[in-house]
Design a binder for this molecule. Structure first.
Ligand code: HEM
Length: 381
């Protein structure tokens, strides 16, 4: 089966009006000015130029995308900062998520739940991977913020993240005062847990590492909340999409080159389909003039899809350089964690191949396109 059929269904179920528009814009050229939307960039090289120029194209200040989260998270949480302050905070966080540390974190936290998942697959049970990811992604983010709990706590944590992300649609520029109050109320207890882990200062924990890196308690709390909001649903929705893509491409077997397949799945799914910037000074993007106050919409999805449909054997186009994680000063700081988590879960599922998808449904009206259910059964059982 063409693996892109279900991917398109997921996008259509999530964004029935915006998705066809977004894809139509890709055919209008590398840069298109769309009244009411902004200057849309569909080309990977131009997107990278914009992302690298943090002086002109910004995530802070009035009217910028940072406005969305600043009332909830405070003014200094990376994703709404620019310039020297952003550089300094990023520098202090450099060693936080190394590949070695994140792989060990995932091994430690996921070993028991993955054993249970594996055992269910081994005895031939029908397993909903979407549901399984709630516990798994919840467990990883719980470890990041320092929550010591069990499966029920992880699920609750995951649901809290979903509740906040559900407040945002592609059109949302600001949250209402009620939404801000609700989001802050949801995040407050998590901030307290993160602060307690920070105070304990165990350098094996993420919060302890932040303290050792010289972050203040307030900065560490903010970073924990930002990780929670950006790093939970992105990974949780990707893993079932990866498994479905491999299944539909006839490549769901333990012999597949997994890291290349993960990169390729990220390329076609782009869990963060757009990136936004506010223009601070006059400039041009691919020959289109932009003025202060303009909004630039990097259509990451269009940039990445321009290289064709899912093909795990395709060498990654070098100019993309994982554009699905961004580029330049705001490049995803959680990239090693996202990769380690995806790899750990996918490896456990692939070990039970061959698998059949016995049922699947697309999630409707969500921000990040996703399966609502993806039920698989091992034929090896
Ligand atoms: C599949 C999973 C993920 C994808 C596709 C993804 C994608 C991205 C992208 C595209 C950006 C840049 C946005 C921009 O420039 O406007 C970004 C930034 C960020 N990501 Fe991720 N991300 C993922 C997982 C994670 C995880 C697991 C964490 C942390 C635990 C995380 C934390 C962050 C933070 C804090 C930023 C802001 C960095 C800054 O502004 O300096 N992300 N992510």
């Amino acid at each position: 089966m063409n693996p892109m059929v279900w991917e398109r269904r997921l996008y259509m179920a999530a964004h029935p009006f915006a998705y066809p528009l977004l894809r139509a814009l890709a055919r209008r050229g590398p840069v298109v000015r769309v009244p009411g939307v902004g200057v849309v960039v569909n080309d990977a090289r131009l997107a990278r130029d914009v992302l690298m120029d943090g002086e002109t194209f910004r995530k802070d200040g009035p009217g910028s995308p940072g406005d969305l989260w600043t009332p909830v998270l405070g003014p200094s949480v990376l994703l709404n900062m620019e310039g020297e302050a952003h550089r300094l905070l990023r520098r202090r966080l450099t060693g936080l998520f190394t590949p070695g540390y994140t792989a060990a974190l995932c091994d430690r936290v996921l070993a028991a739940p993955l054993d249970r998942l594996s055992e269910r697959l081994a005895r031939g049970a029908a397993v909903d991977l979407v549901d399984a990811m709630r516990t798994l992604a919840g467990a990883v983010i719980a470890e990041v913020i320092g929550l010591d709990g069990g499966e029920a706590d992880y699920r609750r944590l995951f649901a809290r993240g979903e509740e906040i992300v559900a407040m945002v649609s592609l059109r949302t520029r600001r949250l209402s005062p009620r939404q801000v109050a609700r989001a802050r109320a949801v995040l407050a207890p998590l901030g307290d847990i993160a602060a307690a882990a920070y105070a304990a200062g165990d350098e094996r924990s993420v919060m302890g590492r932040m303290r050792a890196a010289g972050l203040s308690e307030r900065e560490a709390r903010g970073a924990a909340a930002a990780f929670f909001l950006t790093g939970t649903e992105t990974v949780a929705t990707l893993v079932p999409r990866l498994i479905a893509l491999l299944h539909d491409a006839g490549r769901l077997d333990p012999g597949v080159a997994l890291d290349a397949a993960i990169d390729e799945a990220m390329r076609v799914t782009t869990p963060t389909p757009v990136m936004l910037r506010g223009v601070r000074r006059p400039a041009a993007v691919g020959g289109v003039a932009v003025r202060p106050g303009d909004r630039v919409v990097i259509a990451t999805h269009n940039c990445c899809r321009a290289y064709g449909p899912f093909d795990p054997d395709r060498p990654q186009p070098p100019e993309l350089r994982r554009l699905w994680f961004g580029a330049g000063p705001h490049f995803c700081i959680g990239y090693p964690l996202a990769t380690a988590e995806t790899r750990a879960v996918a490896r456990a599922v692939l070990a039970r191949a061959p698998l059949t998808i016995v049922h699947r449904e697309a999630a409707r009206g969500v921000l990040i396109p996703a399966y609502r259910r993806l039920i698989v059964r091992s034929r090896a059982a």
